[in-house]
Structure formats: C-alpha cells, structure tokens
Design a protein around this ligand. Structure first.
Ligand code: HEM
Length: 201
C-alpha cells in the first residue's frame, strides 16, 4: 500500500464540513428568500421557519469561519516568489505547456479563496446580524441588505468553483477532506516545499 501523509487534521476536517454545510444551506435558503421560491420554503415548513433556520445557520457559519482562521490564515497571508510565478502562469490551468513552480501546502489560488471567503463571510455575517436585529434603523437595514446581497453574489461564484476544483478538476483532492491524508508520492509532486518543510524528503 502507498505510504500516506496527513495533510488535514481531524479538527480541520470536522470544521470544514460544518463551515461547508452551513454555507451551502445558507446559500440555498438565501436564494429562496431572494427569488421567493415557495418549494424550498415549504420543505422547511414555510418562510417564517426558514428565516429562523437561516439566521441560526448564520451563527454556526460565522463561528466555524472564525475558527477556520487557526487552520488557514497564516498560510493564506504568505506569498513567496514561486507563488507570484504561479499567478503568472495561472496555476497551469490555461496551458499544459507552461512550467508550474513548486508549491507549499496550499497554492496561491487556494490561499486567495480562503481570504475571499473570510472577508466576504465576515461581511455577510455582520450585515446579516444588522438585518436580524436592527429592523427599526432604516439606514442600517439598507446598507446591510446591499452588503448581504453583494457578498451573496461573491459566494455564488466562489463556492461552486471551489467545489469543482476540489472534486472533478483535481481527482483525489476530495479524499483529503474525508480522510485527511494523501499519498506521499503525490504530495512530493504537488507540494514539494511543504514536504521539505516537514522533513519527509
Ligand atoms: C461540498 C462542497 C465542498 C467540497 C467538495 C470541498 C472540498 C474541499 C477540499 C477537497 C479541500 C482540501 C484541499 C486541499 O487540501 O488541497 C477543501 C479545503 C477548503 N474548503 Fe472546501 N469544499 C466544499 C465546500 C466548502 C465551502 C462551502 C467552503 C466555505 C464556505 C469551503 C471552504 C474551504 C476552505 C477555506 C478550505 C482550505 C483552503 C483551500 O483548500 O482552499 N469549502 N475543500
């Protein structure tokens, strides 16, 4: 059997799925509010119940988002010369002829994705609490709705791209978010600088 290396801790896997599950349910219920989709509302016992579910899922989402900072924030804020080169060749996604530079634990696309989710996640949460608790303040309501909708648009684009890249576009990646491990041989090819930093070469 191939030798495996741990890339994600159990803690990271559990919190990823709480973050992902709450985020996807929030997107579905948010979409139902925006376009008044009765069928989705009725699954949850009507729009009033759906609103309560949506609000409390927001609490779960923001807590798991803040918790995720301990897993990803440090990596997501560090970009070296290879990362800059990765941007120049678009990660090799647009052509097989370009040379993709050696990567660390996460590529710069993943790091930027995390920062986008963090910034817009905090924005969507603060504006969500504004809508929930500041009903009497017209200005707060207007600004909160605007911010909430803009952040929603960002999520509608970013999350499906992330799911696509974490599944069909990069076979084997999904297993990392289930078992937490990946084959060492594969990790040496895809994340040589990370493997070096953990002394596995
Ligand atoms: C069913 C949907 C999802 C799938 C299949 C999925 C898959 C994955 C996979 C495979 C990884 C590990 C990548 C690696 O270690 O190389 C990952 C990481 C991550 N996921 Fe997800 N994910 C999903 C939903 C979400 C959602 C909804 C969010 C955020 C709201 C999210 C946020 C993250 C973050 C922040 C990371 C770490 C950084 C990164 O790899 O980009 N995921 N996901």
């Amino acid at each position: 059997m191939a030798e495996m290396i741990r890339k994600s801790s159990v803690d990271e896997i559990v919190s990823h799925w709480i973050l992902a599950g709450s985020c996807i349910l929030l997107m579905i219920t948010g979409y139902a509010f925006l376009f008044h989709i009765e069928s989705i509302g009725s699954v949850l016992g009507g729009f009033n119940t759906m609103k309560t579910v949506h609000n409390w899922l927001g609490v779960v989402f923001v807590l798991s988002l803040l918790y995720s900072m301990r897993h990803y924030l440090r990596d997501a804020l560090e970009y070296d010369a290879d990362d800059m080169q990765w941007f120049k060749v678009a990660g090799g996604y647009l052509s097989h002829k370009v040379k993709v530079p050696p990567m660390g634990k996460y590529n710069p696309g993943q790091k930027l994705y995390y920062l986008v989710i963090l910034v817009f996640g905090i924005a969507i949460a603060i504006s969500g609490f504004g809508i929930w608790f500041m009903k009497d303040n017209m200005t707060v309501m207007l600004i909160s709705h605007l911010v909430h909708n803009i952040a929603f648009c960002v999520f509608v684009i970013a999350v499906p791209v992330h799911i696509y890249l974490g599944t069909v576009a990069n076979p084997g990646t999904f297993k990392i978010m289930v078992s937490g491990t990946m084959p060492l041989s594969e990790a040496k090819k895809k994340h040589p600088k990370w493997i070096k930093s953990v002394g596995k070469v």
